[in-house]
Design a protein around this ligand. Structure first.
Ligand SMILES: [Zn+2]
Ligand SMILES: [Zn+2]
Ligand SMILES: [Zn+2]
Length: 286
């Protein structure tokens, strides 16, 4: 599995367009990996995690067209992770040629929100109507926490996120070719039932991607902070949940307490993890 990070920022991008804080000013001056779009990831150019507001720009910028995407695992429906207008960007009705059918997986609450957003913005009818699905060239699938589904050559297991319960947010483990990735954003500290489920499902991760919204000196909140990422990486290692050579990467990075990329990467390296950046591609298990 090759994972490409299409975006690695928290809700308001990094730098925030309107912000003159020290971190945003320095990120602007540095450019490169310090410029982050809203979080999304692409696996093998086939499986997209989150149809976020910046995926079109990121696909262009990093030369990763979404023309082969067959599966979208939607973590939740917050605006920095889901943009309903992208569903029209796949529709033959809008002149889109050659796109394979998209299988969109999300929690029931996220699907309901997606349907509301689609109707508000474009009113093609209900997302739950199979005829609308045909028009948009997609099929929706409700997925519940701890459910495992097969999506083409991927085995996907959903876990509950510790995040806005109103949207029933999900985190995902994706297995293929004997490798396993965990994508953990958005979430605060993982629940004990999630830790237990990792063991029950006999998962051993080659790559763990974690929410890193807040920097090293920021308190814990509704998302993970740097200190909590360190603690989660240590616990994963201590509980034998990491395969030999496994990597832990931070994503969903906000300007609040997180310095620009080179500095944050140095901090992470000193604490046993790495920091993803937009356009980073890596092979899971290598
Ligand atoms: Zn988010
Ligand atoms: Zn700022
Ligand atoms: Zn969120």
């Amino acid at each position: 599995m090759i994972v490409t990070f299409l975006g690695t920022s928290a809700a308001n991008a990094y730098p925030e367009a309107f912000c003159r804080c020290d971190n945003c000013q320095r990120a602007r001056a540095l450019g490169g990996p310090s410029l982050r779009k809203r979080s999304a990831a692409l696996i093998d150019d086939e499986l997209l995690i989150d149809l976020g507001p910046d995926v079109m720009a990121a696909a262009q910028q990093h030369g990763r067209p979404l023309t082969r995407v067959r599966t979208c695992l939607q973590t939740h429906g917050h605006a920095d992770h889901f943009d309903a207008s992208h569903l029209l960007s796949r529709s033959p009705g809008y002149g889109v040629a050659g796109a394979p059918r998209l299988h969109l997986y999300a929690s029931p609450a996220t699907l309901r929100l997606a349907a509301r957003l689609l109707e508000r913005d474009t009113a093609p009818g209900s997302l739950f109507d199979p005829e609308v699905g045909d028009e948009l060239n997609l099929e929706i699938h409700a997925i519940e926490p701890f459910q495992t589904v097969t999506c083409g050559r991927y085995r996907v297991t959903a876990f509950p996120a510790n995040h806005d319960p109103a949207v029933e947010p999900l985190l995902y483990a994706v297995e293929s070719s004997g490798r396993c990735l965990f994508y953990g954003a958005d979430t605060a500290a993982l629940s004990e039932e999630t830790w237990e489920a990792f063991h029950r499902c006999r998962l051993r991760f080659d790559l763990v991607v974690l929410d890193h919204t807040y920097g090293p000196d920021e308190p814990a909140s509704d998302h993970l902070s740097a200190r909590q990422v360190i603690a989660h990486a240590e616990r994963l290692r201590a509980e034998g949940l990491l395969a030999p050579g496994a990597r832990v990467l931070a994503t969903h990075i906000a300007h609040e307490g997180n310095p620009p990329h080179p500095e944050l990467a140095a901090f992470a390296q000193a604490h046993g993890y790495e920091v993803a950046y937009d356009g980073l591609s890596l092979e899971v298990g290598h």
